[in-house]
Write a protein that binds this ligand. Structure first.
Ligand code: SER
Length: 576
């Protein structure tokens, strides 16, 4: 069965059980300060679980784009080295919001895997939460009893809180879970060691494929558990692993999800996949990373120098470097994989198809700029390693790693990886120290020196009249000078002002201060400690004079609002 068919079969199976298909939420998270990327299918349903929001449908099925490269769930170092971790992966899920619970979740999971996908029952194991004293939680007897009806008891494994109690983070919705594992080893290997003993032991052929979470608690910040107002189901199946199991492959990368990409790289490099371990890692890194890069760009995250953008840049540079060193790609190559992303994933995730050209362009530009310095950086690193070897040293200093980062754009994990390949380690603390030093330097450089307020007239209080007028006859109460690298800037406060100060997304007004002899530009207006501060190009020659303050009318975004309406209404009432 092809991957596309496996995915649609999942959705159709749950549709036949009254589930509504919903599209994946974006892989880039914009409204949660604790999360940069979607790392689990349940992220978008958090509020529905907590009871803060009414779920739109009681039953939902989806395929969620997830990325696990930062934070609590972090797989980046494993990716490409092994055959079953990914940066970006799809999580197939079925969801119940206060509707069905353990019985149906368990029965349907088993039906789909064994009857629809026809995975052999004697290769599957399931696990049940054994309970936890600290949290005062009993064993999940209910789940055990449902499993017992369909699975021989010797295939049910009891699991600890670590594996069988799912939590999104330190706080939030959580609950006991049942995982389904599959043993993909050969018959011979299976005879020698029981699969049951290898579950949850990092065996590359005995892997978890599906996690059924029974959401019933909210973990509060004091560590305690509170019952949720309703009980829910959150299941997550690793799509790439499922495809591998159904297609009888020993690696996720041997499936039709990745092989078209590997074939392309084989053709381009003239090297074959499966012949050399180092080259194979490079193939896997690239075909994994191109997905993460393309999907995040499609969802609006461009590579950059901080936060989520830097995560993407790091992933991209890791891929470029592997291609450069092990597949001899000296020119940009990643972007050429974009059409394959579009044809292979465009149906289920239309955004990668719609934005194919844009994605390719962004990737190509990033590659071009990194390749410009990669060669020099690698040569420098070779020289450093040779020098260290000559001195019998094995640690690359933080200063060197920082120089590579600063001058050649080498992310720390890339330098660390190259160091390890040569049997060296890296002084990460020293790197962090250098980084901090640089931050302090640039902070100092951008710092400005704010002078004291100079009083011109007594502070009689500031009158904002901008809701009703765009002009006023005013005088300056006080002013000050702000010096920074770019020169002097001036701020002043007026006794009466029609200028609206920037706030709540509305930009500050601009305009002029006009006296008989001068016309001074007001470039911005901002609120500071309840004062309306005007940013002007220069100080008036005589600040004690009166000025006509005029707002640029054409550009003004402030229109009549409730304040003006109330004011007008009150005057009207007074007249009555
Ligand atoms: N939330 C669970 C997980 O991410 C199941 O979807 O594994």
């Amino acid at each position: 069965m092809e991957a596309k068919k496996i995915r649609s079969t999942f959705i159709e199976f749950f549709q036949s059980k009254q589930h509504q298909f919903v599209p994946s939420s974006p892989i880039v998270v914009k409204n949660d300060p604790t999360l940069m990327f979607t790392n689990a299918g349940m992220n978008q349903f958090k509020d529905a679980f907590l009871g803060n929001e009414q779920a739109k449908y009681a039953r939902v099925a989806n395929s969620q784009k997830c990325l696990r490269v930062s934070g609590k769930h972090n797989d980046l170092e494993e990716v490409g080295v092994d055959t079953y971790h990914h940066t970006m992966f799809e999580m197939l899920g079925n969801w119940s919001f206060g509707d069905y619970f353990k019985k149906e979740a368990i029965e349907w999971a088993w039906e789909l895997l064994t009857e629809v996908y026809q995975l052999p029952k004697d290769r599957l194991y399931v696990s049940v939460f054994e309970g936890d004293q600290d949290d005062n939680l009993q064993m999940d007897q209910e789940a055990y009893d449902f499993w017992k009806k369909i699975v021989p008891e010797d295939r049910i494994i009891m699991g600890t809180k670590k594996d069988n109690f799912w939590e999104m983070g330190d706080t939030g919705p959580c609950g006991p879970c049942s995982e389904i594992h599959i043993d993909l080893r050969s018959e011979e290997e299976r005879k020698q060691v029981a699969g049951k003993d290898l579950v949850n032991n990092d065996h590359p052929q005995v892997i978890e494929i599906w996690n059924l979470v029974f959401m019933q608690y909210n973990r509060l910040s004091d560590g305690s558990l509170k019952e949720l107002p309703a009980k829910h189901v959150d299941t997550g199946m690793g799509f790439e692993r499922l495809v591998r199991a159904i297609q009888h492959k020993s690696s996720n990368y041997d499936t039709d999800l990745f092989m078209p990409f590997i074939s392309f790289l084989e053709g381009k490099s003239g090297k074959k996949y499966g012949q050399d371990e180092q080259t194979d890692i490079a193939f896997r890194v690239i075909v994994d990373h191109i997905r993460a890069i393309s999907f995040t760009i499609a969802d609006g995250q461009l590579p950059s120098n901080n936060k989520a953008g830097y995560v993407i840049r790091r992933i991209l540079r890791r891929a470029v470097r592997y291609g450069y060193t092990f597949l001899d790609f000296q020119e940009p190559f990643l972007y050429e994989l974009s059409p394959l992303i579009s044809t292979n994933f465009g149906e289920i995730f239309p955004e990668v198809k719609q934005q194919q050209e844009f994605i390719a362009k962004v990737i190509q530009e990033e590659e071009t700029s990194f390749l410009r310095t990669l060669d020099k950086g690698l040569k420098m690193l070779d020289q450093i390693k040779a020098d260290l070897r000559a001195q019998n040293e094995t640690v690359i200093s933080g200063k060197t790693a920082f120089e590579l980062y600063d001058t050649y754009g080498f992310p720390l994990d890339l330098t660390s990886l190259i160091a390890r390949e040569g049997g060296f380690s890296l002084d990460e603390k020293g790197f962090a120290f250098e980084m901090e030093k640089q931050k302090n330097r640039s902070r100092a450089a951008s710092e400005s020196e704010t002078g004291d307020w100079v009083s011109v007239h007594d502070d009689e209080g500031v009158d904002f009249i901008g809701y009703d007028f765009t002009e006023a006859y005013s005088h300056i109460i006080k002013y000050r000078v702000v010096k920074d690298k770019k020169g002097d800037k001036y701020q002043l406060v007026l006794d009466k002002t029609p200028f609206y100060a920037e706030s709540g997304g509305q930009v500050g007004d601009t305009g002029y201060l006009i006296s008989e002899s001068e016309k001074i530009r007001v470039v911005d207006t901002k609120k500071e400690n309840d004062l309306i501060v005007h940013f002007v190009e220069k100080l008036p020659t005589d600040p004690s004079l009166r000025f006509s303050a005029e707002v640029d009318k054409g550009k003004r975004s402030l229109t009549m609002n409730n304040h003006t309406a109330t004011h007008l209404l009150q005057s009207a009432l007074k007249q009555v």
